[in-house]
Design a binder for this molecule. Structure first.
Ligand code: AMP
Ligand code: GLY
Length: 426
Protein backbone atom coordinates (compact mmCIF):
# COMPACT_ATOMS: atom_id res chain seq x y z
CA UNK A 1 0.00 0.00 0.00
CA UNK A 2 1.16 3.54 -0.72
CA UNK A 3 0.94 5.81 2.32
CA UNK A 4 0.94 9.60 2.61
CA UNK A 5 2.07 11.16 5.90
CA UNK A 6 1.35 14.86 6.55
CA UNK A 7 3.69 17.07 8.58
CA UNK A 8 7.34 18.08 8.87
CA UNK A 9 8.56 17.81 12.47
CA UNK A 10 10.44 15.33 14.61
CA UNK A 11 7.13 13.60 15.28
CA UNK A 12 6.69 13.01 11.55
CA UNK A 13 10.25 11.70 11.10
CA UNK A 14 9.59 9.19 13.91
CA UNK A 15 6.25 8.21 12.33
CA UNK A 16 7.85 7.91 8.88
CA UNK A 17 10.64 5.74 10.33
CA UNK A 18 8.03 3.46 11.90
CA UNK A 19 5.66 3.34 8.89
CA UNK A 20 8.51 2.52 6.49
CA UNK A 21 9.32 -0.63 8.52
CA UNK A 22 5.86 -2.11 7.89
CA UNK A 23 5.49 -4.97 5.42
CA UNK A 24 2.23 -3.27 4.32
CA UNK A 25 4.04 -0.12 3.19
CA UNK A 26 5.19 -0.23 -0.44
CA UNK A 27 5.82 3.49 -0.91
CA UNK A 28 5.82 6.25 1.70
CA UNK A 29 5.33 9.92 0.85
CA UNK A 30 5.73 12.74 3.34
CA UNK A 31 4.20 16.19 2.75
CA UNK A 32 6.17 18.32 3.17
CA UNK A 33 8.61 16.35 5.38
CA UNK A 34 12.15 17.39 6.32
CA UNK A 35 15.70 16.32 5.47
CA UNK A 36 15.35 13.28 7.73
CA UNK A 37 12.11 11.92 6.29
CA UNK A 38 13.84 11.44 2.90
CA UNK A 39 15.64 8.48 4.56
CA UNK A 40 12.21 6.80 4.92
CA UNK A 41 10.34 7.86 1.80
CA UNK A 42 9.79 10.62 -0.73
CA UNK A 43 9.09 14.19 0.32
CA UNK A 44 6.27 15.94 -1.53
CA UNK A 45 6.08 19.71 -1.77
CA UNK A 46 2.49 20.07 -0.52
CA UNK A 47 1.11 21.91 2.50
CA UNK A 48 -0.86 19.73 4.96
CA UNK A 49 -3.59 22.39 4.69
CA UNK A 50 -3.90 22.14 0.88
CA UNK A 51 -6.74 19.61 0.97
CA UNK A 52 -7.46 19.90 -2.79
CA UNK A 53 -3.82 19.30 -3.64
CA UNK A 54 -3.59 16.37 -1.21
CA UNK A 55 -6.74 14.82 -2.68
CA UNK A 56 -5.34 15.07 -6.22
CA UNK A 57 -2.00 13.62 -5.10
CA UNK A 58 -3.80 10.65 -3.50
CA UNK A 59 -5.57 9.88 -6.78
CA UNK A 60 -2.41 10.28 -8.86
CA UNK A 61 -0.16 8.13 -6.62
CA UNK A 62 -2.76 5.51 -5.67
CA UNK A 63 -2.52 6.35 -1.96
CA UNK A 64 -4.22 3.74 0.28
CA UNK A 65 -3.88 5.55 3.61
CA UNK A 66 -3.29 9.08 4.88
CA UNK A 67 -1.71 9.65 8.30
CA UNK A 68 -2.07 13.14 9.75
CA UNK A 69 0.72 14.33 12.10
CA UNK A 70 -0.24 17.88 13.19
CA UNK A 71 -3.55 19.15 14.58
CA UNK A 72 -4.33 21.97 12.18
CA UNK A 73 -5.48 19.89 9.17
CA UNK A 74 -7.68 17.84 11.53
CA UNK A 75 -9.25 20.87 13.23
CA UNK A 76 -9.82 22.37 9.76
CA UNK A 77 -11.58 19.20 8.59
CA UNK A 78 -9.30 17.11 6.36
CA UNK A 79 -11.18 13.95 7.37
CA UNK A 80 -14.51 15.59 6.50
CA UNK A 81 -13.03 16.76 3.17
CA UNK A 82 -12.09 13.18 2.25
CA UNK A 83 -15.47 11.82 3.35
CA UNK A 84 -17.37 14.37 1.27
CA UNK A 85 -15.55 13.31 -1.92
CA UNK A 86 -16.76 10.11 -3.64
CA UNK A 87 -13.28 9.52 -5.09
CA UNK A 88 -11.48 9.87 -1.74
CA UNK A 89 -14.02 8.44 0.70
CA UNK A 90 -12.54 4.92 0.66
CA UNK A 91 -9.06 6.09 1.69
CA UNK A 92 -8.68 5.81 5.47
CA UNK A 93 -7.38 9.00 7.05
CA UNK A 94 -5.82 8.41 10.48
CA UNK A 95 -7.12 11.25 12.63
CA UNK A 96 -10.51 12.46 13.84
CA UNK A 97 -13.12 14.43 11.90
CA UNK A 98 -13.43 18.15 12.70
CA UNK A 99 -16.09 17.34 15.30
CA UNK A 100 -13.65 15.07 17.18
CA UNK A 101 -10.72 17.44 16.72
CA UNK A 102 -12.68 20.03 18.76
CA UNK A 103 -11.21 18.22 21.79
CA UNK A 104 -8.07 20.19 20.90
CA UNK A 105 -9.51 22.96 18.73
CA UNK A 106 -11.80 24.36 21.42
CA UNK A 107 -10.86 24.39 25.11
CA UNK A 108 -14.47 25.36 25.96
CA UNK A 109 -15.74 22.30 24.05
CA UNK A 110 -13.27 20.00 25.78
CA UNK A 111 -14.15 21.35 29.24
CA UNK A 112 -17.89 20.88 28.58
CA UNK A 113 -17.19 17.39 27.21
CA UNK A 114 -15.36 16.47 30.42
CA UNK A 115 -18.21 17.90 32.48
CA UNK A 116 -20.79 15.86 30.53
CA UNK A 117 -18.83 12.65 31.08
CA UNK A 118 -17.65 13.28 34.66
CA UNK A 119 -13.97 13.22 33.67
CA UNK A 120 -11.75 14.76 36.38
CA UNK A 121 -10.36 18.18 35.39
CA UNK A 122 -9.78 21.64 36.89
CA UNK A 123 -12.84 23.70 37.89
CA UNK A 124 -13.49 26.39 35.26
CA UNK A 125 -15.76 29.03 33.71
CA UNK A 126 -15.78 30.34 30.14
CA UNK A 127 -16.10 33.99 29.10
CA UNK A 128 -16.34 36.08 25.94
CA UNK A 129 -17.34 39.67 25.12
CA UNK A 130 -20.96 38.97 26.15
CA UNK A 131 -20.13 38.12 29.78
CA UNK A 132 -16.86 40.06 30.01
CA UNK A 133 -17.79 41.99 33.20
CA UNK A 134 -18.77 38.75 34.90
CA UNK A 135 -15.33 37.41 33.94
CA UNK A 136 -13.59 40.32 35.64
CA UNK A 137 -15.64 39.76 38.78
CA UNK A 138 -14.84 36.03 38.64
CA UNK A 139 -11.11 36.78 38.40
CA UNK A 140 -11.29 39.25 41.29
CA UNK A 141 -12.33 36.51 43.70
CA UNK A 142 -10.34 33.63 42.12
CA UNK A 143 -7.54 32.03 44.17
CA UNK A 144 -3.99 32.39 42.76
CA UNK A 145 -2.36 31.31 40.61
CA UNK A 146 -5.15 31.29 38.04
CA UNK A 147 -4.98 29.77 34.54
CA UNK A 148 -6.27 31.59 31.43
CA UNK A 149 -6.69 29.61 28.22
CA UNK A 150 -7.52 30.91 24.76
CA UNK A 151 -10.40 28.78 23.47
CA UNK A 152 -8.94 28.12 20.01
CA UNK A 153 -5.62 26.99 18.55
CA UNK A 154 -2.83 29.43 19.44
CA UNK A 155 0.30 27.55 18.32
CA UNK A 156 0.90 26.24 21.84
CA UNK A 157 1.04 29.75 23.34
CA UNK A 158 -2.58 30.21 24.42
CA UNK A 159 -2.22 29.19 28.09
CA UNK A 160 -1.20 31.84 30.60
CA UNK A 161 -0.62 31.07 34.27
CA UNK A 162 -1.12 34.30 36.23
CA UNK A 163 0.43 34.86 39.65
CA UNK A 164 -1.53 38.02 40.50
CA UNK A 165 -5.10 39.25 40.03
CA UNK A 166 -3.86 42.40 38.28
CA UNK A 167 -1.92 40.33 35.75
CA UNK A 168 -4.90 38.00 35.25
CA UNK A 169 -7.29 40.89 34.54
CA UNK A 170 -4.80 42.53 32.16
CA UNK A 171 -4.27 39.28 30.24
CA UNK A 172 -8.01 38.57 30.19
CA UNK A 173 -8.65 42.00 28.62
CA UNK A 174 -5.83 41.52 26.12
CA UNK A 175 -7.15 38.13 25.10
CA UNK A 176 -10.82 39.03 24.68
CA UNK A 177 -10.76 42.74 23.82
CA UNK A 178 -7.23 43.04 22.40
CA UNK A 179 -7.42 39.83 20.32
CA UNK A 180 -4.06 38.74 21.74
CA UNK A 181 -4.39 35.39 19.97
CA UNK A 182 -6.74 36.64 17.24
CA UNK A 183 -10.08 34.83 16.95
CA UNK A 184 -8.67 32.02 19.16
CA UNK A 185 -8.92 34.21 22.27
CA UNK A 186 -12.34 35.76 21.62
CA UNK A 187 -13.45 33.15 24.15
CA UNK A 188 -11.37 32.39 27.26
CA UNK A 189 -11.47 29.52 29.73
CA UNK A 190 -10.53 30.58 33.28
CA UNK A 191 -9.55 27.63 35.42
CA UNK A 192 -8.18 26.55 38.74
CA UNK A 193 -4.41 25.92 38.93
CA UNK A 194 -3.60 22.28 39.64
CA UNK A 195 -0.33 21.49 41.35
CA UNK A 196 1.31 18.18 40.53
CA UNK A 197 3.48 16.29 38.06
CA UNK A 198 2.44 15.97 34.41
CA UNK A 199 2.61 13.15 31.89
CA UNK A 200 1.36 12.50 28.37
CA UNK A 201 -1.02 9.63 27.71
CA UNK A 202 -1.54 8.41 24.13
CA UNK A 203 -4.66 6.54 23.11
CA UNK A 204 -5.41 5.11 19.68
CA UNK A 205 -9.17 4.94 19.10
CA UNK A 206 -11.16 3.27 16.32
CA UNK A 207 -14.40 4.87 17.50
CA UNK A 208 -15.46 1.83 19.53
CA UNK A 209 -12.30 0.33 21.02
CA UNK A 210 -9.00 1.77 22.09
CA UNK A 211 -5.39 0.90 22.81
CA UNK A 212 -3.17 2.77 25.23
CA UNK A 213 0.31 3.38 23.85
CA UNK A 214 3.40 3.75 26.06
CA UNK A 215 3.13 6.92 28.16
CA UNK A 216 5.78 9.65 28.14
CA UNK A 217 6.85 12.77 29.96
CA UNK A 218 8.04 15.81 28.05
CA UNK A 219 10.21 18.71 29.19
CA UNK A 220 8.77 22.02 28.01
CA UNK A 221 11.04 24.66 29.52
CA UNK A 222 14.12 25.71 27.59
CA UNK A 223 16.49 25.71 30.58
CA UNK A 224 17.92 22.97 32.74
CA UNK A 225 16.00 22.31 35.96
CA UNK A 226 12.80 23.33 34.09
CA UNK A 227 13.67 27.04 34.09
CA UNK A 228 13.01 29.72 31.50
CA UNK A 229 10.38 30.11 28.79
CA UNK A 230 8.15 27.37 27.39
CA UNK A 231 9.11 25.68 24.14
CA UNK A 232 7.56 23.06 21.87
CA UNK A 233 9.46 20.49 23.96
CA UNK A 234 13.15 19.94 24.78
CA UNK A 235 13.10 16.21 25.45
CA UNK A 236 11.02 13.27 26.60
CA UNK A 237 11.25 9.99 28.46
CA UNK A 238 9.21 6.79 28.31
CA UNK A 239 8.18 4.89 30.38
CA UNK A 240 7.38 7.37 33.15
CA UNK A 241 8.52 5.92 36.48
CA UNK A 242 5.62 7.33 38.54
CA UNK A 243 3.01 5.96 36.12
CA UNK A 244 2.75 2.63 37.93
CA UNK A 245 -0.02 0.08 37.42
CA UNK A 246 -2.25 1.58 40.16
CA UNK A 247 -2.01 5.09 38.72
CA UNK A 248 -2.48 3.92 35.11
CA UNK A 249 -5.55 1.95 36.17
CA UNK A 250 -7.07 5.17 37.57
CA UNK A 251 -6.22 6.92 34.28
CA UNK A 252 -7.92 4.15 32.30
CA UNK A 253 -11.06 3.92 34.45
CA UNK A 254 -11.60 7.62 35.19
CA UNK A 255 -10.30 9.22 32.01
CA UNK A 256 -9.65 6.99 28.98
CA UNK A 257 -12.78 4.82 29.09
CA UNK A 258 -15.18 7.76 29.71
CA UNK A 259 -13.44 9.73 26.94
CA UNK A 260 -13.78 7.03 24.28
CA UNK A 261 -17.33 6.15 25.41
CA UNK A 262 -18.28 9.82 25.59
CA UNK A 263 -17.16 10.40 21.99
CA UNK A 264 -19.17 7.37 20.85
CA UNK A 265 -22.26 8.50 22.79
CA UNK A 266 -22.02 11.93 21.15
CA UNK A 267 -21.86 10.26 17.71
CA UNK A 268 -18.33 11.49 17.10
CA UNK A 269 -16.61 8.85 14.97
CA UNK A 270 -13.10 9.23 16.35
CA UNK A 271 -10.51 7.16 14.46
CA UNK A 272 -7.12 8.44 15.45
CA UNK A 273 -4.90 9.44 18.33
CA UNK A 274 -6.08 11.11 21.51
CA UNK A 275 -3.24 12.72 23.45
CA UNK A 276 -4.34 13.34 27.02
CA UNK A 277 -2.22 15.74 29.04
CA UNK A 278 -2.65 14.41 32.57
CA UNK A 279 -1.51 15.85 35.90
CA UNK A 280 -1.04 13.69 38.99
CA UNK A 281 -2.36 15.61 41.98
CA UNK A 282 -1.64 13.62 45.13
CA UNK A 283 -2.40 10.11 43.87
CA UNK A 284 -5.16 11.13 41.44
CA UNK A 285 -5.13 11.94 37.71
CA UNK A 286 -6.77 15.07 36.25
CA UNK A 287 -6.96 16.12 32.60
CA UNK A 288 -5.03 19.30 31.73
CA UNK A 289 -5.80 19.14 28.02
CA UNK A 290 -6.72 16.95 25.09
CA UNK A 291 -4.91 16.98 21.75
CA UNK A 292 -6.14 15.22 18.62
CA UNK A 293 -2.68 14.04 17.56
CA UNK A 294 0.52 12.61 18.98
CA UNK A 295 2.91 14.78 21.00
CA UNK A 296 6.24 16.12 19.84
CA UNK A 297 8.86 15.15 21.14
CA UNK A 298 6.97 12.32 22.88
CA UNK A 299 6.47 10.47 19.57
CA UNK A 300 10.26 10.23 19.26
CA UNK A 301 10.26 7.95 22.33
CA UNK A 302 6.84 6.32 21.94
CA UNK A 303 7.34 5.02 18.37
CA UNK A 304 10.73 3.43 19.11
CA UNK A 305 9.18 1.68 22.13
CA UNK A 306 6.38 0.08 20.11
CA UNK A 307 7.12 -3.33 18.64
CA UNK A 308 3.80 -3.47 16.76
CA UNK A 309 3.54 -2.91 13.02
CA UNK A 310 2.09 0.63 12.89
CA UNK A 311 0.30 0.13 9.56
CA UNK A 312 -1.43 -2.95 10.98
CA UNK A 313 -2.65 -0.80 13.89
CA UNK A 314 -3.92 1.84 11.48
CA UNK A 315 -5.70 -0.74 9.30
CA UNK A 316 -7.41 -1.99 12.49
CA UNK A 317 -8.40 1.61 13.31
CA UNK A 318 -9.99 2.00 9.88
CA UNK A 319 -11.80 -1.36 10.20
CA UNK A 320 -12.76 -0.81 13.87
CA UNK A 321 -10.86 -3.97 14.85
CA UNK A 322 -8.58 -2.63 17.61
CA UNK A 323 -10.17 -5.01 20.13
CA UNK A 324 -8.18 -7.88 18.61
CA UNK A 325 -4.79 -6.21 19.14
CA UNK A 326 -2.45 -5.60 22.06
CA UNK A 327 0.42 -3.12 22.24
CA UNK A 328 3.82 -4.78 22.61
CA UNK A 329 6.17 -2.30 24.27
CA UNK A 330 9.94 -2.52 24.40
CA UNK A 331 10.51 -2.69 28.17
CA UNK A 332 13.69 -0.62 28.04
CA UNK A 333 13.72 3.11 28.72
CA UNK A 334 13.84 5.48 25.77
CA UNK A 335 14.87 9.13 26.13
CA UNK A 336 15.06 11.82 23.50
CA UNK A 337 17.08 15.02 23.72
CA UNK A 338 16.12 17.89 21.41
CA UNK A 339 18.79 20.13 19.88
CA UNK A 340 17.46 23.63 19.14
CA UNK A 341 18.65 26.74 17.32
CA UNK A 342 20.53 29.35 19.38
CA UNK A 343 18.00 31.90 20.67
CA UNK A 344 15.00 29.56 20.53
CA UNK A 345 12.17 29.96 21.66
CA UNK A 346 12.92 33.61 20.86
CA UNK A 347 14.23 34.66 17.46
CA UNK A 348 16.90 32.50 15.83
CA UNK A 349 18.81 32.13 12.58
CA UNK A 350 17.96 29.52 9.95
CA UNK A 351 19.95 28.01 7.08
CA UNK A 352 23.01 27.03 9.15
CA UNK A 353 24.95 23.97 7.95
CA UNK A 354 24.78 20.89 10.21
CA UNK A 355 27.69 18.47 10.54
CA UNK A 356 28.05 15.14 12.32
CA UNK A 357 24.80 13.61 11.08
CA UNK A 358 26.55 10.76 9.27
CA UNK A 359 28.08 9.26 12.44
CA UNK A 360 27.45 5.65 13.45
CA UNK A 361 24.88 5.95 16.25
CA UNK A 362 24.97 2.27 17.20
CA UNK A 363 21.89 0.05 17.43
CA UNK A 364 20.39 1.78 20.49
CA UNK A 365 20.15 5.35 19.19
CA UNK A 366 18.28 7.17 16.45
CA UNK A 367 18.64 10.68 15.07
CA UNK A 368 15.26 12.19 14.15
CA UNK A 369 15.19 15.43 12.20
CA UNK A 370 12.76 18.27 13.03
CA UNK A 371 13.64 21.70 11.57
CA UNK A 372 16.06 20.63 8.84
CA UNK A 373 16.13 20.89 5.06
CA UNK A 374 18.30 19.23 2.48
CA UNK A 375 20.13 21.42 -0.04
CA UNK A 376 22.74 20.59 -2.68
CA UNK A 377 25.43 21.75 -0.23
CA UNK A 378 24.20 19.59 2.65
CA UNK A 379 21.66 19.65 5.46
CA UNK A 380 20.74 23.03 6.94
CA UNK A 381 18.78 24.16 10.00
CA UNK A 382 15.29 25.41 9.17
CA UNK A 383 13.44 25.74 12.48
CA UNK A 384 13.65 26.23 16.23
CA UNK A 385 13.75 22.57 17.11
CA UNK A 386 16.36 21.08 14.79
CA UNK A 387 17.03 17.45 15.78
CA UNK A 388 16.05 14.88 18.38
CA UNK A 389 18.36 12.09 19.44
CA UNK A 390 16.53 9.13 20.98
CA UNK A 391 18.36 6.35 22.81
CA UNK A 392 17.46 3.11 24.54
CA UNK A 393 19.02 1.89 27.76
CA UNK A 394 18.10 0.12 30.97
CA UNK A 395 18.00 3.42 32.89
CA UNK A 396 17.12 7.06 32.17
CA UNK A 397 20.66 8.08 33.06
CA UNK A 398 22.30 5.75 30.51
CA UNK A 399 19.80 6.60 27.78
CA UNK A 400 20.34 10.37 28.15
CA UNK A 401 24.08 9.80 28.29
CA UNK A 402 24.01 7.94 24.95
CA UNK A 403 22.01 10.73 23.29
CA UNK A 404 24.38 13.36 24.68
CA UNK A 405 27.41 11.47 23.30
CA UNK A 406 25.87 11.61 19.84
CA UNK A 407 24.89 15.27 20.17
CA UNK A 408 28.43 16.18 21.16
CA UNK A 409 29.52 15.06 17.68
CA UNK A 410 26.85 17.15 15.93
CA UNK A 411 27.53 20.79 15.21
CA UNK A 412 25.78 23.86 13.85
CA UNK A 413 26.35 27.42 14.98
CA UNK A 414 24.44 28.06 18.22
CA UNK A 415 23.45 24.43 18.91
CA UNK A 416 21.84 24.06 22.34
CA UNK A 417 20.27 21.15 24.17
CA UNK A 418 19.34 20.35 27.75
CA UNK A 419 21.70 17.93 29.48
CA UNK A 420 19.23 17.07 32.24
CA UNK A 421 16.28 15.41 30.48
CA UNK A 422 14.71 12.96 32.95
CA UNK A 423 16.66 14.58 35.80
CA UNK A 424 14.03 13.92 38.44
CA UNK A 425 14.22 10.18 37.76
CA UNK A 426 18.00 9.84 38.00
P1 AMP B 1 -1.42 23.56 27.06
O1 AMP B 1 -1.06 24.64 26.11
O2 AMP B 1 -2.88 23.31 27.20
O3 AMP B 1 -0.56 22.34 26.84
O4 AMP B 1 -0.96 24.05 28.50
C1 AMP B 1 0.36 24.41 28.69
C2 AMP B 1 0.81 24.04 30.06
O5 AMP B 1 0.15 24.85 31.02
C3 AMP B 1 0.47 22.62 30.50
O6 AMP B 1 1.36 21.66 30.03
C4 AMP B 1 0.56 22.77 32.00
O7 AMP B 1 1.90 22.71 32.42
C5 AMP B 1 0.04 24.15 32.22
N1 AMP B 1 -1.38 24.12 32.66
C6 AMP B 1 -2.47 24.15 31.88
N2 AMP B 1 -3.58 24.10 32.63
C7 AMP B 1 -3.19 24.03 33.92
C8 AMP B 1 -3.86 23.96 35.17
N3 AMP B 1 -5.19 23.97 35.26
N4 AMP B 1 -3.11 23.89 36.28
C9 AMP B 1 -1.77 23.90 36.22
N5 AMP B 1 -1.07 23.98 35.08
C10 AMP B 1 -1.77 24.04 33.94
N1 GLY C 1 4.86 17.91 23.64
C1 GLY C 1 3.60 18.50 23.77
C2 GLY C 1 2.84 18.63 22.53
O1 GLY C 1 3.12 18.01 21.52
O2 GLY C 1 1.85 19.38 22.54
Amino acid sequence: MNILLLGSGGREHALAWKLAQSSHCSALYIAPGNAGTTQCGTNVDLSPLDFEGIGKFCGREDIGMVVVGPEEPLVKGIVDFFQADAGLRQIPVIGPSASGARLEGSKAFSKKFMERHAIPTAVYREFDSDNFAEGIAYLQQHPLPVVLKADGLAAGKGVIICQSTIEAIAEFELMIQGSKFGEASSKVVVEEFLSGIELSIFVLSDGKHFLTLPEAKDYKRVGEGDKGPNTGGMGAVSPVPFADATFMDKVTQRIIIPTVKGLEEENIDYRGFIFIGVIKVGEDPFVIEYNCRLGDPETEVVMPRMKNDLVELFLAVAGQRLDGITIEPDERTCCTVVAVSGGYPGSYEKGLPISGLDQDTGADSLIFHAGTRGESNGILTSGGRVLCVSSFAETVYEAVDKSRDILEKIYYEGIYYRRDIGYEFL
